[in-house]
Design a protein around this ligand. Structure first.
Ligand SMILES: [Zn+2]
Length: 351
């Protein structure tokens, strides 16, 4: 494995960021190339734990000649966001410089199929140069994994609908509980930008064998040795199934109760009042229409001081808010409803 430390100059004198990039060399030029990054939202750490276990596994395979495809790994994909603290609180989702979500607004190919990237000396914000560089590192890789997490949630994947069910091997190897299938973009998230570039460069538009996804590795605090190792082993098994690493190519079956639905099925349940949340349902639960899923305590101790939240339809609880204080209108749950919503989401679910 070779490690390179790239420098991203900041916008003002005396500021620079380091991007650590690992390269592993496969022995078979015909095997798929792979790009994996974690912590693009810099406050999402489950993917970093996965990298901690995955990197030695792949190094070992490389040393023993079992690595067929080449890999590029970026465990700290967002050094700019990692450095953003305000009054001791870390803020890794939005850029403090531009207020843009670090996982939105990536450059995508235009109608002419041409993509315009910034380079190291482009006179623009560091985060724009970082975004271009991350995409460049993923170029030419038919397998691209972007490791994220939700607030509190089960493990689930965002998948371009056209790559489903072929990508169910990844969901099965990871033992994921759900997949959201999208076909209308996501405000140019990294996954969408990587996918659009794949599509623009695919011969005859053939995307078979391709895999690009945002993996939501459960919730923000689901970071521990056991879970990190399990997910690293899952990705390793997937890499074997896709012929990147030599070994048993058989992927397991999807777990029982797996939910794979178009994104239009996602019910974003918003808080009807501000206050303190008392949850009555958790990620992974099956809920029925009308079931009490949360109460918001507005006026503690009074009979009418609490607002009930009920499931609008039957479905699968995908995520819920981690903090127990909420504003009116903030997202409380994501539920994958049994029925598609008439005015359902087609792009990114959140800012
Ligand atoms: Zn994220």
């Amino acid at each position: 494995m070779k490690t390179e430390i790239e420098t991203i100059p900041g916008e003002t004198p005396g500021i620079a960021y380091e991007l650590i990039v690992h390269h592993l060399s496969g022995s078979d030029p015909a095997a798929p190339r792979v790009y994996i990054q974690s912590a693009l939202h810099a406050d999402e750490r489950p993917g970093v734990a996965v990298m901690h276990y995955l990197i030695p596994m792949l190094e070992h395979a490389e040393a023993e000649g079992r690595l067929l495809g080449s890999l590029t790994l970026v465990p700290h994909a967002n050094p700019i966001g990692a450095a953003q603290h305000l009054f001791s609180n870390h803020m890794g989702r939005f850029s403090g410089a531009t207020r843009v979500n670090f996982n939105r607004d990536f450059p995508v190919p235009g109608k002419d199929g041409v993509r315009h990237l910034d380079n190291a000396s482009s006179a623009t914000f560091a985060e724009r140069r970082l975004k271009s560089r991350l995409l460049e590192l993923a170029d030419g890789c038919p397998i691209v994994l972007d490791l994220h997490c939700d607030d509190e949630g089960v493990q689930y994947l965002y998948v371009p609908e056209i790559l489903w069910p072929e990508m169910s091997d990844l969901a099965a190897c990871l033992d994921a509980e759900a997949a959201l299938l999208w076909d209308k973009g996501s405000d140019r998230a990294f996954e969408e930008a990587a996918f659009e570039q794949m599509r623009a460069s695919a011969a005859d538009g053939d995307l078979s064998g391709h895999c690009v996804t945002t993996v939501e590795l459960r919730g923000q605090i689901d970071v521990d040795a056991q879970t990190g190792l399990k997910d690293a082993e899952g990705i390793y098994r997937f890499l074997q199934a896709r012929g990147v690493v030599a070994g048993d190519a058989a992927a397991p079956d999807l777990r029982g109760g797996f939910v794979g639905k178009p994104i239009r099925h996602v019910d974003m349940i918003e808080a009807p009042a501000g206050g303190t949340i008392l949850f009555h349902a958790k990620p992974g639960d099956r809920v029925e229409a009308g079931q009490l899923i949360a109460e918001i305590v507005v006026n503690p101790g009074f009979k009418d001081g609490c607002v009930e939240v009920r499931a609008p339809q039957g479905g699968f609880v995908l995520t819920r808010r981690a903090r127990r204080f909420i504003r009116m209108g903030d997202n409380l749950f994501k539920i994958i409803g049994d029925e598609a919503l008439v005015a359902g989401y087609e792009g990114a679910l959140e800012d």
